[in-house]
Structure formats: C-alpha cells, structure tokens
Design a protein around this ligand. Structure first.
Ligand SMILES: [Zn+2]
Length: 320
C-alpha cells in the first residue's frame, strides 16, 4: 500500500506545508527536505524537514501554528485499541457491527474509476483500521498515507491543517476517526478540498456520542447535520449515523465504571459486557432515534462548486 515515490526526485505533487505552495528540494545526503521559497524559515540551514527511516517529517512548526514539532515523531497518542491481536479486533468489529462502514466503502469506491490510475490520500492512516482495510483490498491505485506519527504504513508525517501537497493532487480522500482529533476541523476540510481535484471524492467518519479518547488530542464531536455542514462544499452522495444508541450506551457505561472504580480494565470489560448484553436488542431500536444518539457519523461526497446553505441544512434532518 505504501508508496514512497515522493522521497525520490520523481515527486511531482509534494510542496512545503508552509502555505507557499513551493516545491521541496533535497538537502544534505537526501536526509533533509528544504523549502524552495527563500522567505520560508524552512528554507534556511538547520531548519529543514528531516527524513527519518525514509519518511519525511513535514511539520511546519517554524512558520505555522501547529501542536506538533519536527523533532518529535513518535506516537503522540495512545493506540491501545489497535494494539489488540487481529482476531480480537475481528471479534470487536463483529460485536460492534460494521455494516454501515462496509456499505459506505462501496459507495465511496463507486465515485472513482479504479482503472484510471488514480491517487487516494488517506489522512490518519498510521494504523489500518476497520474500513480502510476494506478500501485498499483489491484496489490497484496509488495510495498516499499521512499521519502525525511515523509507522510502517505512513508515507509522510504531517499536520493535516497544513497538507504538504499541491492543489488538485488527489482523486479521493479518506479520513476516518480523525476530525475529532484536529483542533480546527473546518481548516482541515478546506485542506481536503484544496488537494482534491474537481469532482474528487471524500469519505469521512467521525465520532458523535463517544467520550474523550486519546487524551489531550481530542477536541470535537458532530451530529449528523453538523458533520454534513462541515462538508458544505461537497455534494452529498450519502451521509448519516454509524452504529446506534446501544454502542453509545456502552461507551457511557465504560467511562462511568472507569470513573467510579478508577480502573480502565474494569471499564473496558464493562464496555464489552454491555455490547454483548445489548446485542439482541440492537434490531429492536428505532433507526431514527438511534441515529440521534449514534456512536459516530459519516459522510460520502464529491467536491462541487455550489455550497450547501444554512436554509437547506435543517431540511436534511432524517432524510436518507
Ligand atoms: Zn516553505
């Protein structure tokens, strides 16, 4: 999946994330990248972007307001869930239900022509999660993965508020369980629109009724309509709720028990017990009411010239 084409001279779409839209040149021994805009601090000796184990660290911390630094590329957040063995992840996936994500991946893949050598950007793909594995399965195209920490899956470490890519570089963008962790989601979505080609596709999945996770790097939640409006410059193909009130209740119980007994392990056990207990009840839940307290929300859409208006937004409530 990982494509490191931009660490070679052949790179055509990488630019400095400082906002100058200027190309990057290699520095000493190809272990550094330097901005070609002389007024950018990252063009100066000693301020270059490092390349660590083949992965460029493109955090413009000298020019832009960012929570990250070029010098610290280890994991900024705990990845406890993703450290589970794969069979446990599969059981977890089955218990929590992933039907919506599967359907959404199908909708998303229909928005671009896989025969046409397209390029997809995955934001926050440091760990291949539920959904992304379905997307990349049997997909023959160029996939570029970015995250705020380095991993085997990551092509570029960057802050998604400052994507290091030229305008109109991608045919599609995938952003799953990321927008709650960015400080300014509107700014990140504007970056997504910028790097997408006209009529480029986006898939976003974001928590709604989930407590804070990943500590100091968790900032925002969205209702279905709030999330739809975040992508106001996109035509919606499909949007809605992902996982219903039963999962939201299990999240609440987990944090209630953790707060009461000060034990994350007991909280986690209560979470799974609640899901198992509620599993038979899931088909009985009202779809609409469950959506109003869903665990997450999603959006599948296409970049467009016309903007969704305030007048139109409330009319979209409970429209499939
Ligand atoms: Zn620059």
């Amino acid at each position: 999946m990982v494509n490191h084409s931009c660490t070679s001279d052949a790179c055509t779409f990488l630019v400095c994330p400082c906002g100058s839209n200027q190309a990057l040149n290699f520095g000493a021994k190809k272990k550094l990248l330097v901005c070609t805009d002389g007024s950018c601090p990252h063009s100066k000796l000693g301020n270059e972007f490092p390349i660590i184990n083949g992965t460029p660290i493109l955090i413009p911390d000298l020019k832009c307001d960012t929570a990250f630094t070029r010098g610290n590329t280890r994991s900024y957040v705990s990845r406890a869930t993703h450290d589970l063995p794969s069979f446990m992840l599969k059981i977890r996936q089955w218990l929590m239900g992933d039907i919506t994500t599967r359907e959404n991946v199908d909708h998303f893949r229909r928005l671009f022509d896989c025969e046409n050598k397209i390029r997809i950007l995955v934001i926050g793909g440091g760990t291949v999660g539920v959904g992304l594995d379905l997307l990349i399965k049997d997909l023959d195209c160029e996939i570029v993965v970015v995250d705020v920490y380095a991993s085997d899956a990551v092509d570029y470490v960057c802050d998604s508020h400052y994507l290091p890519f030229k305008d109109s570089s991608f045919d599609a963008v995938w952003i799953q369980a990321v927008l709650e962790h960015v400080i300014d989601p509107k700014m990140v979505v504007a970056q997504i629109a910028r790097v997408l080609k006209p009529k480029g596709a986006v898939y976003a999945e974001t928590p709604f009724m989930q407590p804070v996770h990943e500590g100091a790097y968790d900032y925002t939640r969205f209702t279905v309509l709030g999330h739809r409006y975040l992508f106001r410059d996109f035509r919606a193909v499909k949007f809605g709720a992902n996982r219903g009130a039963d999962i939201a209740l299990a999240w609440s119980l987990k944090y209630f028990m953790t707060a009461l007994l000060r034990s994350k392990n007991i909280g986690r056990a209560c979470f799974y017990l609640a899901i198992i207990f509620l599993l038979p009840v899931r088909p009985l839940l009202s779809r609409w009411i469950s959506a109003d307290s869903a665990s997450g929300v999603f959006f599948v859409g296409v970049k467009t010239e016309s903007r969704l208006t305030h007048r139109e937004l409330p009319k979209l409530y409970r429209i499939k």
